[in-house]
Design a binder for this molecule. Sequence first.
Ligand SMILES: [Zn+2]
Length: 310
Amino acid sequence: MSSQDAQPDSLQRFLLKGAPVRGEIVSLDGAWRQVVERHQLPECVRDCLGELSAAALLLAASLKFDGSLVLQIHGDGPVALLVVECDAVGSFRSTVKIREDATIAEDATLTELVNVNGRGRFVVTLDPRTRTPSRQPYQGIVPFEGRTVADVLEHYMTRSEQVPTRLWLAADGSRAAGLLLQRLPDEGGHASAGSTDPDGWNRLCLLADTVSRDELVALAAPDVLRRLFWQEPLHGFDQRDCRFACRCSRDKVIAMLQMLGREEIESILTERESVEVHCEFCNLAYRFDAVDAARLFVPGAHHTAPDIPQ
Ligand SMILES: [Zn+2]
C-alpha cells in the first residue's frame, strides 16, 4: 500500500487464543497530520512526538480508567517537554516545547533531544473524570531510561505495573502507529489453568520484533497484523476511532487571565494593543483588546470576541 492512501484513525484490540496475551494496534493518519500541521518541528522531534502520541492511545486503551492520561517526557536538552494528553475513548492532543536558541541536528536521537545530562524524566499522570476520595489523580515519575520512546514506556510499565509489556512505535510526517503486547497476569500468579499455549507471549514478541519502523508506519493496521501474526489464532477484535481534539476554550483562557489579575493585564496593555494567548496544543490564538480586557473584570460580562485560527 502506498503511504499516500488515507487510512482510518483507529485502534484495534485483540487477544491470543489459549494464552494470557493481549494486544493493541493503533494507526493515526489524518488525526496525526492535524498535529503535524499545527507545529513547525524538526523531523526527529516530530517523529518522537508521533511515537509518544501512539503510545499514549495504546496505554489509555489498556487501562480500565475513565478520565485523561497524560504522558510527558521532561528533557534537559534542546527539547524541554514532549506531552500527549488523551482519554480512554481515543481523543488526543500533543505538543512540544523546544528551548529557545536550541540547535537540533537533523538526525538527533531521543537521548540527544531530552537526556543530554542524564536528567530527563518520564511522567505519567492519570486524572479521573470525576474525583472522589478513592479516585484521585495519580502521578508516576521515573528517570529517563532507554534509547527510544518505546524503551522508556516499557521500562515504566515494568517498574510500575509489573505487567510485562512490549511496544513497537513509529511515526513520520504523515502517520503515527504503534503495536502493544501485554502478558496478562495469571490467576494466583501461576500459569493460568486455561492456558493451552504457554509459549504464546514469547512467540508473539519474537514475531513483532520482525516489524520494521517503515512497515509499521506505511502499512494499514490489518496488514501489519497479517504480516506478523498470520499463523496466530487472534480473536476478540474490537475497534475504536481516534481523533485529534483540543480542550482549550475562550472560557478557560478568560479564567486564566482573571487569575493573573487586572494589574498584570493592564500592564501588558500599556505595551501592546491586545493580550494574546496561544493554545500550545492547537495553536488557536485568543485575543483580548483593551475593551475585552476591561470586561474580564466586570462581573457577569459576556465575552464574545471571535478566536482566530492560525
Ligand atoms: Zn487548543
